[in-house]
Design a protein. Structure first.
Length: 585
């Protein structure tokens, strides 16, 4: 590679840092990111260094790298993003190096690095706390090691990818295919396996130390919900959903260019027929690393058929990966596209280089450099928008839905404060990590009403976080019917924080007619007059007194079964009292 091309790669790497640095400080944490950052903080303060008390279902490498930065920067969100931010910047020259090792064309290396640096998806994932950015870095590093005839390093780096996210196993066929194209023999495969063992042994040892077994994979399968083929009526909507995601991930322009480009590449490969890497007729001889190369030819100058083999390998893998995620009922998530973008950049850069072969040699270099400038100018609009977090991809400034603002409202509340929540629990675990708030998750409105009926008047401050949508209305009604009022104390675009207060006697008396109207809809109270409601309430109160006396007797006799049964009956009676009209009648 010439000095000019090395300087071009350095310039692109600098542009990469410029595009990715603002979001490092501007973005907020999505639910998954907040959960991962919480685990990292548990490690960083040595509260739970092995994550034995956490419902973890993913390999821990990212969390330990994040934990390294918390003592350096303190409890700030960008500390959780630092590993991915560093990896995303190093990934760009690494892709250029991989392109150079595969094709030995400096222009292809520069173009591949430039494309990857400017893809909107890579920009917005660069400053995130997801596992996928680090996974992508290890995968590309492993492919580069294999292309550089370093099987031990290739196995080690692939093992680090597995220790970051299990989805790395989907890229094992690509790694093995590249080794096969290069010409690995038995000893070379063995060296790769030896390199793979240390990360795997460390992962198994860590899991055994924390649980005494290996449950990570099973936990992830359980949380994922299993795998099935897509139903016939799902295929067409899923297809267009993936297309829309691709369009945003790489920009509409690149998608328009990529489709005919890949079609042309496929046509070229089909026209070549069944020629293999060694179709040139050279006799292959093993080199010192155990790989085969044409006799009299240098590995630094691969044959055209070898380059075509790499292109076919990338194309087949991309196609197979896309079909797998389309035909199986896998969620249409942007993070699943991220590891493909370096491969797409390689394929597009190489295909464009092949197109230049049809041009006169005196004009190809000029037109190649001109194409880089044109693509950069066309991509810069999408890239600049991604720099400012304007796409709903990866991480962006509004990703936390306002939980940080709500958490600031609760920063100085006293010990014993309860926050009821159903939608934002993972964010609260991070935002209220060292605060004096107990987060109580409720599955539905009736469960919340039952909890308030039992504990709502113990004097502890109680808050309720609800989405700022119509979804919150059933929960609000359940709380009000349980005899409590809600007062909004903080609000963002997506969340409203309410403080819960018991209704006063005056409020309950004043609302008895409204309560009666509501309860008349219940078939148990339909047709009853207000006087009948009062009689029903007195009956419930007498039953409650009888139960309390019986509880006292059974407690003295240590009859725990009867106590438990009567406690349930007492709770149901109190709920019934609230439904009829509460204590004020």
């Amino acid at each position: 590679m010439t000095r000019f091309n090395k300087h071009a790669l350095l310039l692109i790497t600098g542009l990469t840092a410029v595009l990715r640095t603002p979001s490092l400080f501007a973005n907020s944490l999505q639910a998954d990111e907040a959960l991962f950052a919480t685990w990292a903080r548990e490690i960083a303060i040595w509260r739970d260094p092995l994550l034995q008390m956490q419902p973890i279902d993913k390999p821990p490498l990212l969390f330990y790298l994040q934990a390294f930065f918390y003592p350096l920067f303190g409890p700030v969100e960008f500390a959780a993003r630092m590993p991915n931010w560093i990896a995303s910047i190093l990934l760009v020259p690494l892709v250029g190096l991989l392109a150079w090792k595969l094709y030995r064309r400096p222009g292809t290396a520069v173009l591949a690095a430039a494309l990857l640096a400017l893809f909107p998806l890579t920009i917005q994932f660069s400053s995130s706390a997801f596992t996928d950015s680090l996974l992508t870095f290890w995968l590309v590093a492993g492919l580069t090691a294999v292309a550089n005839h370093k099987p031990g390093w290739g196995g080690l780096l692939f093992g680090l990818a597995l220790a970051t996210k299990y989805q790395a196993v989907l890229f094992l066929p690509l790694l093995l295919g590249l080794g096969w194209f290069i010409g690995w023999r038995g000893q070379t495969w063995l060296r790769g396996l030896v390199g793979l063992l240390p990360p795997l042994l460390a992962l198994f040892g860590w899991e055994w130390a924390r649980t005494g077994s290996f449950l990570l994979w099973q936990n992830q399968i359980n949380n994922f919900g299993g795998l099935r083929l897509s139903y016939s009526w799902e295929l067409w909507p899923r297809f267009w959903a993936w297309i829309a995601l691709w369009q945003t991930a790489v920009s509409p322009l690149i998608l328009i260019i990529a489709i005919p480009t890949i079609g042309w590449l496929l046509w070229q490969h089909l026209r070549q027929g069944r020629r293999s890497i060694n179709a040139s007729g050279y006799k292959t001889t093993p080199d010192k690393s155990g790989c085969k190369s044409p006799a009299g030819a240098s590995l630094s100058s691969p044959t055209a058929s070898a380059s075509g083999g790499y292109g076919r390998l990338l194309f087949i893998f991309l196609l197979g990966y896309a079909l797998f995620h389309w035909l199986f009922a896998i969620p249409v998530w942007d993070r699943y596209l991220l590891p493909l973008l370096p491969l797409l950049a390689l394929l597009l850069a190489r295909t464009y280089g092949n197109l230049l072969n049809y041009l006169p040699p005196t004009h190809s270099i000029l037109q190649f450099r001109g194409a880089i400038v044109i693509l950069t100018l066309l991509l810069i609009s999408a890239s600049w928008s991604a720099r400012n977090g304007r796409y709903q991809l990866g991480s962006f400034p509004q990703a936390d839905q306002g939980t940080a603002t709500i958490a600031a409202t609760l920063a100085d509340v006293p010990y014993g404060t309860v926050l009821y929540d159903h939608w934002f629990s993972w964010q609260w675990r991070y935002q209220l990590f060292d605060k004096r708030v107990f987060v109580s998750w409720f599955p539905h409105g009736q469960a919340l009403a039952d909890d308030l009926a039992a504990f709502g008047q113990d004097g502890s401050p109680r808050y309720l976080a609800l989405p700022n949508t119509a979804v919150a209305q059933p929960i609000i009604r359940a709380v009000q019917e349980a005899g409590f009022t809600l007062t909004a104390v903080s609000q963002t675009d997506d969340i409203i924080l309410y403080q819960i207060y018991p209704q006063t006697c005056a409020e309950r008396s004043r609302s008895i007619t409204q309560i009666s109207q509501i309860n008349r809809k219940d078939h148990r109270y339909s047709g009853l007059s207000e006087q009948s409601f009062k009689k029903r309430l007195l009956f419930l109160r007498r039953q409650e007194s009888i139960l309390i006396k019986e509880l006292d007797t059974r407690l003295r006799e240590y009859d725990t079964c009867t106590v438990t049964k009567n406690l349930c009956n007492l709770r149901n009676l109190r709920i019934a009292s609230l439904r009829v009209g509460c204590e004020a009648v």
